[in-house]
Design a protein around this ligand. Structure first.
Ligand SMILES: [Fe+2]
Ligand SMILES: [Fe+2]
Length: 471
């Protein structure tokens, strides 16, 4: 089992697939189903080829190869980070035992569930982003969209590999279901709420890749700690690809804010709508929406399921090895967000049951760094406006605050008042229609739409005006 991918195989991989004919046949029979899903649910804009990076090696250097590739010839492969033969479980009641190379019988159902939930998000985002190619603000952005899409497709492959290789017939059935559920479908929606929302415009796309892909980063970060070694190694490699998705979101919002600020100064107004830009208050509403639906992805503030996953060694904490505690948490406690006497406050719970909150807080701190960065752009332009993360209780559908309505400032309001005022906090139909009206494709080399600034850097050292996509 070497680190280099074998691209002579039908399914490129570094897991020695040719040594396991049964598994190879199973995956080869799933492959056409994947491809027909990609044809019908993947990017809808026809292209000749796209400047894509393809994973060729999981090692520290040279894991990616760049080149123009026709999308349907992209090689979705199976790559696990290199195996550390001495790896031991880092937390829970099995702490210190050798990591598992097979699924322990007693944890089979839980592990399968964790993999299915993660796997379900990967194709969901491809479906959500399906029509964005038709309105890309530049060839550079179009290329990034497709890069994100093919990699989410590869992440689906990664989870399907685990299901096929380790979970028998049930795993194969779950792999089929991953292609049958669809984002926003009435009969068989995706498992998690945020993955059934629309991504109808590029501001939504940038917010999605900033806030929702970032949830993915944190979930993968906990699964990379798993005692089940193949899952840990898969997630470790997925995280490398995820970094590019974060970059697309972070710099995408940077560029929208930068352009808005230019227009504000040029026309000496806060409302840049008439000048072809997106006003800061609309950017704030999109931020409010994507942040709040992404907070829901972390689940309830307390969870006995997650406590169980931790104790069993299935799912660790963010940066588990940097935590200065016993990595078992059997007698610690933690403060979690809660409604206390009808107010937004905190309550003390056993540390194990508070792990969703622990992860969500790491995520929130990370999200704040993006907001700080965008505020720097506004500040450097000499303008007084600022963006902000809304209250943790704002627009929540899951957890302690699902039953109440709160303003972005964290003031609890009645349902009637929420209805009356929510248009000031979440994108209205008017906002969405305006943003969509700006979404006209710019498919000429080196050109960019008027509502967004060009990027500072191109991809892989190429300039912005490189021919990233041939239409
Ligand atoms: Fe992913
Ligand atoms: Fe992603």
């Amino acid at each position: 089992m070497g680190p280099s991918a074998d691209y002579t195989e039908k399914i490129p991989n570094n897991v020695g697939l040719h040594e396991d004919r049964r598994l190879q046949r199973a995956l080869e029979s799933w492959q056409p189903n994947f491809l027909s899903w990609w044809e019908s649910m993947g990017p809808s804009l026809p292209t000749q080829d796209v400047y894509l990076r393809t994973a060729v090696n999981v090692g520290r250097e040279g894991w990616a190869h760049f080149g123009h590739v026709p999308m349907r010839d992209y090689r979705w492969g199976i790559f696990l980070a290199e195996r550390d033969g001495d790896r031991r479980i880092g937390f829970g009641e099995h702490k210190g035992e050798p990591a598992w190379q097979k699924v322990p019988g007693e944890y089979r159902a839980d592990l399968q569930r964790l993999i299915v939930i993660q796997g379900d998000t990967e194709p969901a985002s491809v479906e959500q982003q399906r029509n964005l190619g038709a309105t890309a603000p530049s060839l550079y952005d179009l290329r990034n969209l497709f890069q994100v899409n093919v990699e989410e497709g590869r992440h689906l492959w990664a989870m399907v590999y685990l299901l096929h290789a380790f979970f028998g017939r049930e795993g194969r059935e779950e792999a089929e279901q991953l292609l049958h559920r669809n984002s926003g479908s009435e009969e068989s929606p995706r498992i998690l709420g945020a993955f059934n929302e629309e991504t109808p415009d590029w501001l939504s796309f940038f917010m999605f890749t900033y806030f929702t892909d970032r949830d993915g980063k944190y979930q993968l970060g906990t699964l990379k700690e798993s005692g089940f070694d193949p899952l840990a190694r898969t997630c470790e490699f997925m995280l490398k690809e995820e970094a590019h998705h974060m970059m697309v979101g972070t710099t995408g919002v940077d560029r929208v804010v930068e352009r808005t600020v230019q227009l504000m100064i040029e026309h000496d107004t806060e409302d840049v709508t008439a000048h072809g830009g997106i006003s800061l208050d609309v950017i704030q509403k999109y931020l409010n929406f994507h942040y709040s639906v992404s907070l829901d992805l972390f689940g309830g503030e307390t969870s006995t399921n997650v406590a169980g996953y931790y104790t069993a060694g299935l799912k660790g904490r963010w940066m588990e090895d940097r935590r200065a505690d016993d990595h078992r948490l059997t007698d610690g406690s933690a403060m979690v967000d809660a409604l206390v006497d009808g107010r937004i406050g905190e309550t003390e719970v056993p540390a194990l049951t508070g792990l969703n909150t622990d992860l969500r807080r790491a995520y929130i701190a990370d999200c704040q760094s993006g907001v700080n960065r965008w505020n720097k752009i506004i500040e450097r332009a000499g303008l007084p406006q600022r963006l902000a993360l809304p209250s943790i209780a704002f627009n929540r559908k899951v957890g302690a605050f699902a039953g109440i309505e709160a303003t972005p400032d964290g003031e609890i309001v009645s349902a009637a008042e929420w209805e009356r005022r929510k248009g000031a906090w979440l994108p209205t139909d008017v906002d969405k229609t305006h943003v969509r009206s700006l979404m006209r494709p710019v498919h000429e080399r080196g050109k960019i739409a008027a509502w967004i600034a060009p990027p500072r850097n191109g991809i892989n050292g190429k300039p912005f005006d490189y021919d990233y996509v041939h239409l």
